[in-house]
Design a protein around this ligand. Structure first.
Ligand code: SAM
Length: 471
């Protein structure tokens, strides 16, 4: 009954197939011959299926695990170079009618001050984000058909795109809102959103129903089939993720890859991104009350195995994780991170971090300027680029480019151009100094002489005040 092409959740995420996969992986966790064969297949850079990937995740042979991490690092370099794209979440509303047991926005939490940004407040938040240097946002909202109807989300998107403060602009709005109808996804596509992000939370139906006891989110199939509806509604780029800590990570990993395989089988294009949130402390949520927490070693291995199993998928890590954790996993395949984030509604224009309405505690509390400098000190190029989506390179067109490893030819100079904008408009003197040295080094790595000289020309124009160049 497992069928990756099916449009039914319980057929493309088959519980029986996951159990059989876990059994197979466990049986082969010390099978060096099979693990070698899978690693050889991985080296072809065409990805691995959920069974193969699950064997690698279960692998208990030290040398082979070292090889997995080395390969993940190599893939990251080959497909994404040393760029890391930056974004920030923007919390629009914490009104929510659901009863999710892990989320402090759950409807029964009467202590949580409920807030929904007015369009004027959205404007203030966006100006604060632009003044930090952000160009790409992920908007977040609880599910509440009365307080946060789709019209409200659409109004917010319109407001966000309309604000041009000083040299600032939000050039890509990704959207993380509850599962909705094809009709609503069409409206989001028409509003020019980037990626539609929806975390599955858990792929295990029984746990899912327990963890979402009340509200529309209780419906496992409706939630799991949301990405299909999003794609039917014309959204090219969708972002998957599970909330690690809710269920056994091996189960979730197999489910995640099956979901990616399903999108590829049904729509010819896999997920644009996969996010890696881990359950964190929040208002009335204690992560210790959940039995499936994972440590940093397992977390790193999940990230490395995902990198080599889905080489073309962007991978995201948020400020839920500490600087130390981010520093470790970034090398194994992360391509996007958030920086300077506030997870409370209206948190950006305040000096002090408001804690009472946060969705989860932020571990990495550094400013965007500090995050940018830190990345550069590790030899990464912080990128504020949004060119692909604005040039229509989304969905299968983006994947084609990525598969041909062409992304490096335009993404690398684009990263330098958007970093230059950040340095000129927003960076501290110290960050600017590190950044200018990095750009001077990195421009020599642009292969085509024509692109190199154009990049140099654009960089000097940015210095003189012009903005928004891209390849
Ligand atoms: N309400 C929307 C929905 O139903 O999908 C999505 C927006 S919600 C603001 C974003 C994500 O935060 C959730 O999908 C969940 O995975 C994550 N989250 C909730 N509680 C969390 C916690 N205590 N720690 C870490 N992440 C959490």
């Amino acid at each position: 009954m497992y069928n990756p092409k099916s449009s039914k959740a319980e057929e493309f995420i088959s519980h029986e197939e996951i159990l059989a996969t876990l059994e197979y992986a466990d049986k082969n966790k010390t099978n060096a011959k099979l693990i070698d064969e899978i690693l050889e297949k991985a080296k072809l850079r065409k990805g691995l299926n959920h069974r193969e990937a699950s064997v690698l995740l279960a692998c208990e042979i030290k040398d082979k695990n070292d090889e997995i991490f080395a390969l993940a690092e190599q893939f990251k370099k080959d497909f994404y170079g040393n760029r890391i794209v930056l974004f920030a979440p923007l919390y629009l509303s914490n009104y929510c009618v659901n009863g999710c047991r892990y989320c402090p926005y759950h409807a029964k939490n009467k202590e949580m001050p409920r807030k929904k940004l007015s369009q004027e407040e959205v404007r203030e938040q966006v100006i604060a984000l632009q003044d930090m240097g952000h160009k790409r946002l992920a908007i977040e909202a609880g599910e509440d058909p009365v307080n946060n109807p789709i019209e409200y989300i659409l109004d917010c998107i319109k407001t966000i795109y309309s604000i041009k403060h000083k040299n600032g602009a939000i050039r890509r709005v990704n959207v993380n809102i509850a599962a909705t109808t094809v009709e609503n996804y069409k409206k989001l596509a028409d509003a020019g959103i980037g990626t539609y992000i929806l975390f599955q939370e858990t792929y295990n139906k029984q746990s899912y129903e327990y963890l979402h006891p009340t509200g529309p989110k209780h419906n496992y199939c409706y939630h799991t089939e949301a990405m299909d509806r999003a794609m039917e509604g014309g959204i090219d780029d969708v972002g998957l993720g599970v909330l690690f800590g809710l269920e056994s990570y091996k189960y979730e990993f197999a489910g995640l890859l099956m979901h990616a395989e399903h999108l590829e089988a049904r729509f010819g294009v896999g997920p644009h991104t996969i996010s890696f949130p881990r359950l964190k402390h929040a208002a009335d949520i204690d992560p210790k009350a959940f039995l499936h927490g994972i440590d940093d070693d397992i977390f790193a291995k999940i990230i490395a195995c995902t990198r080599i199993s889905t080489p073309y998928t962007g991978m995201i890590i948020s400020t839920r994780e500490s600087q130390a954790c981010r520093e470790r996993v970034i090398h194994y395949g992360i391509s996007q991170i958030s920086g300077g984030s506030r997870t409370s509604v209206g948190g950006y224009e305040k000096e002090e971090r408001p804690h009472d309405s946060e969705q989860f505690d932020v571990s990495d509390q550094r400013s965007l300027d500090e995050v940018v400098r830190w990345l550069m000190q590790m030899d990464y190029i912080p990128s504020f680029c949004t060119a692909c989506y604005r040039a229509g390179r989304t969905g299968d067109r983006f994947m084609d480019l990525c598969k041909k490893m062409q992304i490096l030819n335009c993404c690398h100079p684009n990263a330098l151009l958007t970093l230059k904008e950040f340095l000129v408009d927003y960076a501290s003197p110290e960050t600017k100094k590190v950044g200018e040295a990095l750009i001077a080094r990195e421009i020599n790595r642009v292969k085509s002489e024509k692109v190199k000289s154009l990049t140099a020309d654009y960089l000097s124009k940015i210095e003189k005040g012009e903005r928004d160049f891209r390849f």
